[in-house]
Design a protein around this ligand. Sequence first.
Ligand code: F6R
Length: 616
Amino acid sequence: MCGIIGIISQNDVSERLLDGLKRLEYRGYDSAGIATLAADGEIDRRRAEGKLEKLADVLATRPLAGVIGIGHTRWATHGGITKNNAHPMANDTVAVVHNGIIENFASLKEMLQQRGAVFTSDTDTEVVMHLVSMHMQEGLTPLEAVQKTLSQVRGAFALAFLFKAQPHMLIAARRGSPLVLGITESELFIGSDAIALAPWVRTLCYLEEGDVATLTLHGDNAEVSILNEDGIAVERPLRQTNITADAISKGAFTHYMLKEIFEQPLTVSDTLQSLISVEDESFHAPLLALNKPFSKIRIIACGTSYYAGLVAKYWFEKLARVHVDVEIASEFRYRSPVFDGDTLNFFITQSGETIDTLAALTLVKQQGETCVAIVNVAESSIARASDHVIQTMAGPEIGVASTKAFTAQLVVLAALCLKFAKERNAISPHEWTNFFQSIAQIPGHISELLRNDGVYHQLAAHLCQVHHTLYLGRGANFPIALEGALKLKEISYIHAEGYPAGELKHGPIALIDSKMPVIVIAPHDEWFEKTLSNVQEVLARCAQVIVFTDAKGAAAIEAQTKTMPCYRIVILPESNMLTAPLLYTISIQLLAYYTAHMKGTDVDQPRNLAKSVTVE
Ligand code: F6R
């Protein structure tokens, strides 16, 4: 949440600060601002409430000069969505941008006010600005003032500072929230992630927990020095990035989300190829390295990634016969979980920065259990803190609603399931080969489904007029019902709930009337007959039933519902227990996307959300 950028150059930086913020806008879009050191040596800033385009308008009428500056795009935590609360916070000594939360800001604010500080915002960030300038007035250098301030504040955050008295220097500090430095021979950059810096740098340096970095540029001499949390000078590895500006453009698509949905044949295939070899039915290094014995599995995640974990529970238990617990990270970390030292823990996360998942990982690591990250961003905090990393090959996911990262997570989990099933001799070699070969066909089936996306336009035209929907599924497709409901509600703002179809009678059926669309995920699998009974039950109560199924399922439904037909039956390619969740997910994504698009919501940046949830 919140995106940070900083640049030191020999040319004006405000245009590039704005450009970098565009690539960070997925982290928050309540307000934005930039500050530079103007030619007269004063800190100058422009801020605007609302999306980045508002800031661009302000800059068009009141440009900002300066070869050094910082910028911020905000997801509001402390203080409402107003221009006054927009970062950078600045006085005539220092400007600061901040991602995260200063937990003890209230007591610090009181202390500062008693000493005469005048606050102009309701943010926790302003406390940092006042502390740093107070310490500089006491005679400390900017670096010492930042260090002293960091010793006074509690919480998880990333910060970047610009100083009036230091026209060639920026300071960046990381505690709990990510920060990366970009280094070229003649320019230096700070970013919340590598995507922000993609067009300008290939050499990156990720800050570690507690690091404070000083970036200086004198002429062509670019220097970075880093102190760790104990104040000791350290070197952090330099990494080369291959993220290009192309990988993060929308191309011809109307939204990132649609582009990312349509990328799935490729991202699923890339992820598969990184893990398995179809020809000789073998596994590649990321899975082979996972060879520690375990008695059970725990999967911890949030949101959509949590639903991937729920799918895996069905798969692992049925096919690999291993006990699986799936945990919501924000609950797990504050429960008193029991550890047996013999559990293999998976942390599923697209961003690798979700604060609750990271905190749960820290908790499990303290107990000495093995921690494996299934993560899309290879250099993320969760990847770096885990014992073992399996990367999903989804590429940068910019749309706030997760799509291609979810299917890539499912691919990893399906491959793991096959590995565990083989190691445990849990299914017959014949069955195993069938499953193995079937997941290899998934990219082709997804392409086929995407070629027929017209049906989702028609369904969306209907759905965009309703206020509530129910999604039903059974077995490994129950989590897909949950994911369908989440996708629809987060981007279209239509209230949606996902239920296991068998649970309907225990309450939610009371909601059914002729205005309620019920979306049923029902491949012709071992639960199909039971799901069909549930379809009958809702049809009998006049619901508008939309069923996603395959050819066999469609024939059975049509035969049984002649007198009370479904509103629509959508036929998907044939699938099995492992492949169905992957395929049916594409349907619920398209349905949510086109519905939201027809409603005219901001699909890529839905209200109140941010892509990377780095605050509790
Ligand atoms: C929903 C969505 C979120 C994320 C959740 C976890 O579309 O994207 O529910 O899945 O915030 O994020 P990661 O996977 O980055 O840990």
